[in-house]
Design a protein around this ligand. Structure first.
Ligand code: GDP
Length: 437
């Protein structure tokens, strides 16, 4: 885990000693830990200076111990380092939204292109992928396979070496067809580094993307500052995606990239699977690395579930409105959290009768088939599964290469989720009537 030692330092903060001694001791340990985690040294010094100043100047409000007050200062400053308390804006501000992914080979760019396409598709956007990595053999095929897996079209010109032309034509191709989000995957390596950077500058100059996203491997360490600066000088970086945060990597380097570019971390990659991309939440991230909060286990699981379900999804579910996208996201959450019944039991005051209980083993087996079936659905079918009649079941199962029975089982699952959703709506209305909303 990133900044692993931070929890220990927080735990060891000793109140019985003189406040100033405790603060100094804490700051020294914090510096060591941050540097050990590959955070840029200047950044560490700036941060700890600010913490010390605030600790010396500010007085805790009544009712708060100095320890808690001090830790809240540390928390705030760390959150600021990650871009402030607000979660980053990931909704495309205009259509089409053209995203140019840049980063070194192996950073996870192509995988992330697929994950982003999937993320936006589930949010209801029409997404297109452009394969503009003409350097690495097989890059086009890799993206094509990912595109097929998530049901997103990929523009590419296998055999061509002209990345700039592919990028320009690819964007035009999707723009003309009225796509909402266009994601360009680029090369991460050339024979000479200057050539790579020049190509990125060229693509950015010709395509004029709405957002340049730097994809950074969490384990890159102290190099992050330099890598980020180089890309940033050629193609001003608008946001950062940190990949492989699931590994044992010291992710402090990512912070250095933030410092080098002034850009925010928007998403983090937490695994190799297509759905293992999370919107970066600075507050929750810092709380986690500081080891704050006792309900950590549950929070952790709920957090994962929340990644799948956006606030609007939750609102929709509570209003009795569900569609196939929500069903799929729920299934993914389920897989990560365990049986839905168990999760609902953890929420006090909520009583939901489960029409069908799916155990996680069956679910695991069915997930792949259901995913394929969902990917073969039209937008109309995703938004309104009621239209799926017998002949559509046939077409979907044929397209997905699964049994019609699998599609029927998926539709049953949809009905189950819809029924729960309706029950929730009734409960919500009841609570509201009782003034407990
Ligand atoms: P590219 O050269 O930048 O396009 O990198 P790829 O997308 O080919 O990824 C390189 C490797 O990193 C692949 O084996 C991916 O499966 C893996 N990878 C990418 N993102 C993640 C992540 O968030 N977590 C883990 N564990 N592996 C990842």
């Amino acid at each position: 885990m990133v900044l692993d030692g931070l929890r220990r330092i927080v735990r060891n903060f000793i109140e019985s000693r003189e406040y100033e001694t405790s603060v100094n001791e804490f700051v020294k340990e914090l510096q060591k830990e941050l540097i050990r985690s590959d955070v840029n040294v200047r950044l560490v010094m700036d941060l700890t200076k600010k913490i010390k100043e605030r600790a010396a100047e500010e007085r805790p409000p009544p009712g708060l111990t100095r320890r808690d007050w001090f830790l809240s200062i540390v928390y705030e400053q760390l959150v600021n380092l990650f871009g402030g308390p607000e979660r980053p804006q990931v909704k495309p501000p205009k259509k089409p939204w053209v995203v140019l992914l840049v980063g070194l080979q192996g950073s996870g760019k192509t995988t992330t292109a697929g994950k982003l396409a999937y993320f936006y598709k589930l949010e209801g956007y029409k997404v297109g992928l452009v394969a503009a990595d003409t350097f690495r053999p097989g890059a086009y095929e890799q993206l094509k396979t990912l595109g097929e897996a998530v049901g997103v079209p990929v523009y590419g010109e296998p055999g061509s070496k002209d990345a700039v032309s592919i990028a320009v034509k690819g964007v035009e191709f999707f723009r003309e067809k009225g796509f909402d989000v266009i994601i360009i995957d680029t090369a991460g390596r050339h024979h000479r580094e200057e050539d790579l950077l020049a190509e990125m500058e060229d693509i950015a100059g010709r395509v004029r993307p709405d957002e340049v996203v730097l994809v950074l491997d969490a384990s890159i360490g102290q190099q992050a500052f330099e890598v980020a600066s180089k890309f940033h000088n050629k193609t001003p970086v608008g946001s950062i995606i940190v990949t492989k945060l699931d590994g044992t990597a010291k992710g402090g380097g990512a912070l250095s990239a933030v410092a080098a570019t002034g850009a925010r971390i928007k998403f983090v990659g937490t695994g190799e699977k297509i759905d293992e991309l999370e919107v970066f939440d600075p507050k929750r991230f810092v709380a986690r690395i500081m080891g704050l909060g006792d309900l950590e286990g549950l929070l952790e699981r709920v957090k994962k579930a929340k990644v799948e379900l956006s606030e609007k999804d939750v609102e929709d579910i509570l209003e009795g409105r569900v569609n196939m996208r929500i069903v799929y996201k729920q299934l993914v959450s389920l897989r990560k959290m365990g049986p839905l019944r168990k999760i609902l039991e953890m929420i006090p005051g909520l009583q939901v009768r489960m029409p069908v209980e799916v155990d996680s083993k069956t679910l695991e087996e069915k997930m792949e088939k259901w995913l394929a079936a969902i990917n073969s659905m039209t937008y109309e079918e995703l938004d309104n599964p009621e239209v799926i009649d017998k002949s559509r079941v046939k077409r979907i199962s044929y397209g997905a290469g699964v049994d019609p029975e699998d599609v029927k089982a998926l539709l049953k699952q949809y009905e189950a989720v819809k029924s729960i959703s309706k029950q929730l709506k009734r409960q919500k209305n009841l609570l509201a009537k009782m003034g407990l909303d």
